[in-house]
Design a protein around this ligand. Structure first.
Ligand code: ATP
Length: 229
């Protein structure tokens, strides 16, 4: 039996009192790679924010990893986020410390204490994204694509049950986007579940997968047409 990591039933997504999406039914199983697409302003980020507890789920049912989004308390949010890896368009690395320092900061903030254990975890995740040799650099010494690889490594630190990537290639050129996408594909092949919001239809064509679309305040699954070439 497939293991469910995300389930929304008849959910409504709000930004304060404005309804952004309604009657949302979404199901994601362990190991899936799912795209979330839609024109600008259709609610992709609002949808993602609801999943990581930045917006409350006010209507319908929602469960993500082991949390019920309807009953999620403020104090649960840091624990929920430890089970999720969140990747943003703008990387959000700390410029005052090295790559290793950035990753160590997250591990310490999530309760890690043993220096050896932290070092080997950091090496492991940097290796997964091809950045092991650059751990001593500062974020501003890296290209956008490299910074995003580090952000993906950071998302992997606590072995997340689901990775939420909100426009992870939004600030990257097409070639670099493909390189970052290859990293996400590899991680997915190794068993990680990924939900990725994107505008980038070229990536969808190159790496077809289950696709959800936000349009007209609804989310529905779209069937990608097979390329004939
Ligand atoms: N903090 C906020 N307060 C109120 N309304 C908001 C807020 N953030 C976004 N919205 C509104 O919610 C709607 C959906 O925005 P959202 O950012 O979720 O869309 P999106 O599909 O992610 O867009 P983009 O692709 O441009 O990031 C928009 O109409 C936007 O104006």
């Amino acid at each position: 039996m497939s293991e469910t990591v995300l389930e929304l039933k008849n959910a409504a997504i709000y930004q304060r009192e404005s309804l952004i999406l309604s009657e949302v039914d979404v199901h994601i199983n362990k190991g899936d790679f799912v795209y979330l697409i839609g024109k600008t302003g259709t609610g992709k980020s609002s949808f993602m924010k609801t999943l990581y507890g930045d917006l409350p789920l006010q209507e319908g049912e929602g469960s993500i990893v082991d949390y019920n989004l309807r009953t999620l308390k403020e104090k649960d949010i840091p624990f929920l986020r430890r089970k999720l890896g969140v990747v943003f368009q703008d990387f959000k690395l700390l410029n005052d410390r090295t790559i290793r320092g950035n990753l160590e900061f997250v591990l310490k903030a999530t309760g890690w204490k043993d220096k050896k254990g932290m070092d080997s975890k950091i090496d492991e995740v940097l290796d997964k994204v091809g950045m092991k040799t650059k751990a001593f650099k500062f974020p501003y010494q890296l290209s956008g694509g490299e910074q995003q690889r580090v952000a993906i490594a950071r998302a992997l630190l606590n072995d997340p049950e689901l990775i939420l990537a909100d426009e992870p290639t939004g600030n990257l050129d097409p070639q670099t986007s493909v390189e970052v996408m290859e990293v996400l594909q590899d991680i997915n092949k190794n068993g990680n579940t990924i939900l990725m919001a994107t505008h980038d239809y070229a990536l969808l064509l190159k790496y077809p997968s289950k696709t959800l679309k936000c349009d007209g305040q609804k989310v529905f699954e779209v069937v990608q047409k097979k390329q004939t070439t």
